[in-house]
Ligand binder design. Structure first.
Ligand code: ADP
Length: 269
């Protein structure tokens, strides 16, 4: 399996504050990887290191390219990023112009731009926002526009830092399943940083960070086998996993369920 991120023996500190010590981490290409960790565990710092905004003592490989100054332009062409705080980041007067902006930078023609805006706004169900002023949108819609703007360049890798937390739960889950589909059908790689263990339900792979270390990294199914993987990092497992474990304890079901509807249906039988 091809690696999209390779980090070996990385140390990183902000002045006196040590964030990572001997960090080892790999992520697979064309997968949806969730990096889960409590606040302060280093998620945003890891994102900044991947983007070359911060530098540690060892060189990170992103999609087989060393993340060093000379490669950053090349790297930025193939990645889309949704940052945590999207509030002040919009520059254009309308959402349409905001979405056109990254493509104009890449010298796309007018027709191609119109087509791409049409496709991405259809995908994320934001057609009704196209004539709005991005800075006037509510926080959830701002996140969707930021996501559309990251997706419009057809990135090979999409990085999202807590970038969907202003959406209500049902919209967030819809978007996560759309992103999952993009990974499966368009072979893109998504790396999603979050403190919310519920988000891992959409992942292929999960990396749990705490105290500047990778506590555990595996497929979500393997991670769910032991609730301590979450508890040791001061996190709770997703609700459906906690429920599955209790029901297994009482011999009512045999395995972990990832889908509440399926669980209810099977219990009802
Ligand atoms: P997370 O995204 O998981 O909440 P961060 O990467 O933002 O974690 O922060 C990791 C640690 O580094 C925290 O203890 C935080 O207080 C500290 N930190 C983050 N940014 C800075 C900074 N610019 N200067 C000093 N310390 C920082």
């Amino acid at each position: 399996m091809q690696k999209v991120v390779e980090i070996k023996d990385l140390n990183f500190s902000y002045q006196e504050k040590e964030v990572f010590k001997n960090l080892h981490l790999t992520m697979e290409s064309q997968k949806f990887t969730v990096v889960l960790g409590p606040n302060g565990s280093g998620k945003t710092t890891l994102l900044k290191l991947l983007l070359g905004f911060e530098k540690g003592n060892s060189v990170i490989m992103l999609d087989s390219l060393p993340v060093i100054k000379e490669n950053l332009n090349r790297i930025y062409k193939e990645i889309g990023v949704v940052f945590e705080n999207q509030n002040q980041n919009f520059v254009a007067e309308t959402v349409t112009d905001e979405l056109a902006f990254p493509l104009e930078n890449l010298n796309y023609g007018k027709e191609e731009i119109t087509k791409a805006i049409d496709q991405v706004s259809d995908l994320l169900n934001i057609k009704h926002l196209l004539n709005e002023v991005p800075n006037n949108l509510n926080a959830g819609d701002k996140q969707l526009v930021a996501l559309a703007s990251a997706l419009i360049i057809n990135p090979k890798i999409l990085l999202i830092d807590e970038g969907l937390n202003n959406l209500d739960l049902s919209r967030k889950n819809k978007i996560l399943s759309i992103l999952k589909k993009l990974v499966n059908e368009n072979q893109i790689t998504i790396i999603y940083f979050t403190h919310d263990s519920e988000d891992t339900l959409n992942a292929d792979n999960v990396i749990i960070l705490s105290n500047g270390k990778v506590q555990v990294a595996n497929t979500k199914e393997e991670i769910y086998k032991d609730e301590n993987n979450f508890l040791n990092a001061n996190l709770e497992p997703p609700f459906i996993i906690k429920l599955s474990k209790r029901l297994q304890f009482y011999d009512l079901i045999q395995d972990d369920y990832l889908n509440a509807e399926k669980l209810v249906n099977d219990l009802w039988k």
